[in-house]
Design a protein around this ligand. Sequence first.
Ligand SMILES: [Mg+2]
Length: 204
Amino acid sequence: MSGMKIYIDIDDVLAETTRALARAARDFFGKKVLFEDMSSFDLRVSLQLNADEYDSFMLAVHEPAFLKNLEPIENAIQTLREWDGSGDRIELVTGRPPSSRQATVEWLENHDIPYQSLEFVDKYGRQHDETMPKLSDLAGRHYDLAIEDSATVAVYLSENTRSRVLLFDRPWNRDMDLSGTSISRVFDWLEVSKDRTLDGTTWS
Ligand SMILES: [Mg+2]
């Protein structure tokens, strides 16, 4: 049962990022958008930002002050500590820009979150940085469990890696039809934790 290798996304899986983004859009631009109505992964669409607003918004929300204040998602940290204690290898794979590394590490330290690795991968084709690993660089890996909120990344992982993929339910992935895929939808960390406990098989 022990020694699983687990891929975990950070934003909207470990950290309540998009709820904070909705608040920031209200504060910066007066946008009154409800989290539950954010049905697009594209913030330009879900927060109704024009190109100029989007650019300044993205700069602001990658500032250390914003990242530092993100709330952890309920039961996530406690679950990771249990996994760490039972010998699992926790690999954090984020789509944040590498410039946010220090703020990200500080957030993880402040919350005492255990992990073995932290990678910055241009999962969404957003960074325009040739030196950054891309989604395609994850092909061929295997994880016993992978947890994502991006439907696109979840599908990519299920098709191109040997991983059991959990899609963390969020308004922007609800129209994703998972029938015919091996991806399971999970609604909270208690469910993720239960899933990990039930499945004693590993790929290795
Ligand atoms: Mg995410």
